[in-house]
Design a binder for this molecule. Structure first.
Ligand SMILES: [Zn+2]
Length: 303
């Protein structure tokens, strides 16, 4: 009986240890299974993230490449346009007397005569013909320019005075009626209108009517002789800093319509005057053409 009890006790102890062992084993296995599941979940998630990142980088690279190609295309178009314009001026200089711009009976009316960049020429006239600015300011010698141009003119004059040179205005703003007298004078001097047209604008076609142009002189030297003066050399070098350009450069009458006028300076604003100098474009006509193409390509470095 005692033996049976011992056997039963032993049997129960073995069973208990066995069940404890199975319990521990189960816990271990669960931990292992859980660890493996977590690890594979983490790896899966990591792989998914890497995949998504790779796709995103690829998409962004494509977008960046397209943007780069677009910028390159704009740059190339810009360079091509600039080269075309420089060639047009170089070609015009090779045959300066050919294709001189003539007046036409039906000129194109300038859209905005008050614009600082307005082009008034043999093909672009005022409408109404007697248009006049409303902000004229005296620049001395009983001559007038529009306010913004006058301020820059006076600054330019102070700068050249500080450099030990000088000039004075011989003619700035001219009304339609003033231009009638000027043109008639040149017709009388030249005895025909074709010759007069090369040196003077017809009434309603003169840049002087904009209030943005000024003819300068040095003492009694008012026309061609001005080309040999240090004052002219200074203006060629520095006028852009004050927003002025030589409006009728040498040998470009086939573009501007006029023979060289070393005395005639036109205010276009500092930004444009300096851009023309930097880009090597001499005529306002072709600079405005270049700006039109810049706007088309959405490029503002222009200037
Ligand atoms: Zn002039």
């Amino acid at each position: 009986m005692q033996e049976n009890m011992n056997d039963i006790m032993k049997h129960m102890q073995i069973k208990k240890r066995l069940s404890q062992a199975i319990g521990r084993h189960f816990v271990c296995m669960s931990i292992i299974v859980f660890a493996i599941a977590s690890a594979s979940g983490f790896v899966g998630s990591a792989m998914y993230s890497v995949h998504r990142l790779t796709n995103e980088i690829r998409a962004r690279t494509i977008v960046a490449n397209e943007a780069y190609q677009r910028v390159q295309r704009v740059k190339q178009a810009r360079q091509a346009k600039l080269a075309h314009i420089r060639n047009a001026e170089a070609e015009a200089k090779r045959r300066p007397r050919a294709d001189v711009v003539h007046y036409s009976d039906t000129c194109t009316s300038v859209a905005n005569p008050a614009s600082i960049t307005v082009i008034v020429s043999k093909t672009h006239c005022f409408s109404p013909k007697k248009w006049q600015p409303n902000d004229l300011v005296s620049i001395g010698n009983n001559e007038y320019l529009r306010a913004e141009a006058a301020t820059h003119y006076i600054n330019m004059k102070q700068a050249i005075t500080a450099a030990g040179m000088s000039f004075s205005p011989s003619s700035a703003y001219r009304s339609y009626d003033d231009q009638v007298a000027v043109y008639d004078y040149w017709v009388t001097v030249n005895k025909n209108t074709d010759a007069a047209d090369l040196v003077s604008a017809r009434p309603g076609y003169s840049e002087h009517q904009t209030g943005l142009a000024v003819d300068v002189k040095l003492g009694s030297c008012a026309l061609e002789c001005f080309a040999t003066t240090p004052t002219y050399a200074w203006l060629r070098e520095h006028s852009a800093e004050y927003g002025f350009i030589q409006r009728y450069p040498e040998k470009l009458a086939s573009i501007t319509g006029y023979e060289t006028e070393v005395w005639h300076w036109r205010y276009v604003g500092v930004e444009i005057a300096q851009a023309m100098r930097r880009l090597g474009i001499e005529t306002l006509e072709l600079y405005m053409q270049f700006m039109d193409s810049e706007r088309k390509y959405g490029n503002s470095e222009n200037r």
